[in-house]
Design a protein around this ligand. Structure first.
Ligand SMILES: Cc1cc2nc3c(=O)[nH]c(=O)nc-3n(C[C@H](O)[C@H](O)[C@H](O)COP(=O)(O)O)c2cc1C
Length: 308
């Protein structure tokens, strides 16, 4: 008889049945994918970013495919807290797996208010703070690339909620270590590494940018090795678990991130061409564990062999 494998992982007080979720903004609010994917087989469903009020997003075109990746400038379109609770929460709250709500704001007070609203809602699995947003009160500096703002925004959310807090780190820093440490010290229960990389593409026939917004964020396989380095650096500087993302297309990619130090992974851009990628990754991790005689998925975390 086969021995039971343990795939479950812990993100703060939240237990996931397996270490695989989806990346915010690439899976709608879950319901859109429910006909294609058995959502209850995932570790968690992470939803598109929500701020306090509704957001229309950027003009189109908002996405462009480039070599090994996608550049998007959606502009964080969303229904706001009330719209989300009314339209999407009734479906999400009945899932057997937890929902991770990705939140953002343009001031520290807004983040805290959104966090507090979701805390009061009850039944939310965790909050993921998208800190790759400009602070309108401080000249548009991104929260995630300013150590003081990052600490303040995490601490402000920590004050108003007991929900597990996942800080989604910006890749836009020279050294991620002090930022990872700042998020941990301010009360974050986990880190998500990483968001998209600033990017641009031009149509040489028309000489126009390919995105209406001119610039956007690069995601997909093109960013995987650089996201890997961020996960490696972040993992060495914090004790809290890391949810890795950036170009994961299959179980091998996910396992690679775990070996670099991740406890869990999220599938993003790949959902657009293969909605079942996250499920395939769960199956593939299990197969790998069986093949290698690994009984607990935690054995993979940080297991890269370094010889000097
Ligand atoms: C179309 C699109 C929309 C996204 N929207 C959000 C968002 O609302 N909030 C957020 O924190 N990240 C957002 N992201 C970033 C992803 O969650 C993820 O960090 C990134 O895509 C890297 O993973 P991937 O290479 O597997 O796609 C978005 C990415 C894409 C491609």
């Amino acid at each position: 008889m086969k021995e039971a494998l343990n795939l479950s992982v812990q993100i703060g007080s939240l237990k996931l049945q397996n270490p695989v979720t989806v990346a915010s903004g690439t899976f709608g609010y879950g319901e859109e994918y429910a006909r294609l994917v058995d959502l209850n087989q995932l570790g968690a469903v992470t939803v598109k970013g929500i701020r306090l009020g509704p957001v229309r997003g950027n003009p189109t075109p908002r996405t462009v495919e480039v070599a090994s990746g996608l550049i998007n400038a959606i502009g964080l379109q969303g229904p706001g807290v009330d719209g989300f609770i009314q339209k999407y929460w009734p479906f999400l709250k009945n899932l057997k797996v937890p929902a991770i709500i990705n939140i953002w704001g343009t001031t520290i007070e807004e983040y805290a208010e959104v966090a507090q609203r979701f805390d009061a809602l009850g039944g939310v699995g965790a909050l993921e703070l998208n800190v790759s947003c400009p602070n309108i009160k401080e000249g548009g500096a991104q929260f995630g690339t300013d150590l003081r703002l990052l600490s303040q925004v995490v601490a402000a959310c920590r004050k108003v909620t007991t929900l597990p807090l996942i800080t989604k780190m910006s890749p836009n820093v020279v050294n991620i270590a002090p930022f990872a440490k700042a998020a941990e010290d301010a009360g974050s229960d986990a880190l998500a590494v990483t968001n998209s990389y600033p990017a641009m593409a031009i149509d040489i026939e028309t000489r126009k940018p390919k995105l209406a917004n001119i610039t956007g964020g690069l995601t997909g396989p093109a960013i995987k090795p650089i996201a890997m380095k961020l996960v490696w650096d972040a993992a060495k500087s914090v004790k809290v678990p890391i949810i890795a993302m950036g170009g994961i297309q299959n179980a091998a990619d996910a396992i690679e991130f775990m070996m670099a130090g991740a406890t869990a992974v999220a599938i993003g851009t790949a959902n657009f061409y293969e909605p079942r990628t996250a499920l395939n990754v769960v199956v593939g991790i299990r197969d790998y564990m069986e093949r290698k005689g690994i009984r607990d998925v935690h054995e993979l975390t940080g297991s890269v062999h370094i010889t000097k």
